[in-house]
Design a protein around this ligand. Structure first.
Ligand code: ADQ
Length: 478
């Protein structure tokens, strides 16, 4: 018998990887922005999660064992996997999603590869997702589709006759008209999005950009703004276009940052840094995160302010990501060349200006760094939200750290009160901001961090999810 699911989440990837163990194949919960945010929410509801997996990964076996009760995952939701072949992953994921939509939506159109075969793969994989969703959904299920990989699923679901309440949330930015209109499939994508009852964005900037594109590219669409909400109708379907800034599980981060293993690890980090201020960068390996620009700013600081030598070090964590794509391999090389150049020029006995870690950290290691850092330097060229900025604040239980944040991160809209905002392209400006943070005294640091923490606590991930689900419940189904 099919289980009734109240909430069906759909994302490109299932939030787990598979690993062999003594008891057979096991699902291991994966890390990453979306997964980190949603896991606690699904655990508290009768939910299902639909996502793809690599058909060659052994995941199929693990999913079978899971349904037979012999494999374990830490999630309490049912997982329904969609196997994707290498060709599908190439065209749909690496191709359309990450060589077209990802760079374009981050305003980096020169990095796009508008290969028409990618569109075919994107369409066919979105259809495949819709087929599985239609099979899983029962009367009363709410369907919540996540992110840029799956923008066409709503259209296919309506064509399959589904009248459920369906929402879509875009985790990445939505670009302005002059960039979006470069997309050869711009109208098809906009029209498909309007099959969702709720279309959610991270910031007012993204909502504004989306509405601007619709006004120009779909003039038949009626749009009406009521305060922060925009209602749309094409005579057949009505949608609500709204901002839902994603949050984190604040209490969990703050609590975990107080645990003995984190304190011990933090103590070790402090001891190794010999009283220097720690500037921390934590990013997935991605050209949107502004890592080379940040390194150049740090180099500029060391060049123009020799008085900070031996008193400050940058710890740059880079989480491996999308390494099958050549541009990402080139970026890694660029980062490593810059770091060795900086260390080659400025290192002195007992002082290494840049510490570089290229791997995924354990939660304890990450929290210890968040807790110990004197300055978090988060300078994406553009970012939907940036959860690292929020996690850093939640883990700053002693309120000693300063946040230097890109004005182009979605998080800047909520955190401008306590953070020092910078233009990540302005190398001198970023260097000056780091110096300003370095020189800020404990009283001002505390005041700013308390304000930031209040903000992050109030708009946490539960608030985000509840808000989205309430909106979905409030709108009329199709
Ligand atoms: P991402 O681009 O993945 O997410 P981000 O929001 O910064 O970016 O989240 C990264 C996540 O990875 C954080 O939760 C962090 O804890 C984790 N992480 C980072 N470094 C790590 C390390 N070394 N080891 C282990 N874990 C690490 C996308 C969008 C963002 C948006 C999120 C959520 O691109 O703009 O904020 O979705 O909507």
């Amino acid at each position: 018998m099919q289980v009734a699911h109240n909430l069906i989440m759909i994302s490109n990837r299932l939030p787990a990887t598979v690993e062999p163990s003594a008891e057979g194949m096991q699902l291991k919960p994966s890390s990453g922005g979306l997964v980190t945010a949603l896991r606690p929410v699904l655990a508290s509801q009768k939910g299902a999660w639909i996502g793809s997996f690599d058909a060659n990964s052994g995941m199929a076996e693990a999913l079978l064992e899971l349904s037979a009760g012999s494999a374990r995952a830490d999630d309490t939701c049912d997982m329904i996997g969609i196997p994707l072949t290498s060709a599908e992953q190439h065209g749909f994921y690496a191709g359309f999603s990450n060589e077209i939509v990802w760079p374009l939506f981050h305003d980096l159109q020169s990095r796009c590869n508008f290969d028409p075969t990618y569109w075919k793969a994107y369409t066919s994989v979105n259809h495949k997702f819709a087929t599985t969703i239609a099979h899983t959904a029962q009367s009363g299920s709410r369907i919540w589709v996540h992110d840029y990989h799956l923008m066409l699923t709503g259209k296919f679901l309506r064509e399959m006759g589904l009248h459920h309440r369906m929402g879509f949330f875009l985790h990445i930015p939505f670009p302005p008209l002059d960039i979006f209109e470069k997309l050869p499939w711009r109208s098809q994508i906009l029209r498909a999005l309007f099959q969702f009852n709720v279309i959610g964005f991270q910031t007012p900037r993204d909502q504004r950009n989306f509405v601007g594109c619709v006004r120009r590219l779909l003039p038949e669409m009626e749009l009406q703004r009521v305060e922060d909400e925009v209602y749309s109708s094409d005579g057949e379907h009505a949608s609500l276009i709204r901002v839902f800034p994603i949050g984190i599980d604040y209490n969990e981060f703050a609590r975990a940052a107080e645990q003995p293993p984190v304190l011990q690890r933090a103590e070790l980090v402090r001891r190794d840094m010999h009283g220097q201020q720690i500037v921390l960068g934590v990013d997935r390996l991605d050209y949107t995160k502004g890592i080379p620009e940040r390194l150049k700013a740090f180099r500029h600081l060391l060049t123009t302010h020799p008085e900070v030598h031996r008193k400050i070090s940058l710890v740059q964590i880079v989480v491996p990501s999308r390494e099958q794509i050549p541009k990402y391999r080139e970026l890694k090389l660029e980062i490593e060349t810059l770091i060795s150049q900086i260390n080659g020029t400025f290192s002195d006995s007992g002082w290494t200006p840049v510490h570089y870690i290229h791997r995924s950290l354990s939660r304890t290691e990450l929290l210890a760094l968040y807790r110990t850092a004197d300055i978090a330097l988060i300078t994406p060229l553009k970012d939907g939200m940036n959860l690292v900025a929020k996690e850093f604040c939640a883990a700053q239980v002693e309120c000693r750290g300063m946040l230097v944040l890109s004005e182009f991160a979605g998080a800047a809209a909520q955190m401008r009160g306590g953070a020092i905002l910078v233009n990540p392209y302005d190398i001198e400006g970023v260097a000056e901001a780091v110096l300003r943070a370095f020189e800020t005294g404990p009283k001002e640091r505390r005041k700013r961090m308390l304000r930031l923490r209040r903000n992050v606590r109030k708009a946490d991930v539960f608030h985000w999810c509840q808000d989205f689900c309430n909106c979905l419940d409030g709108v009329g189904a199709a």
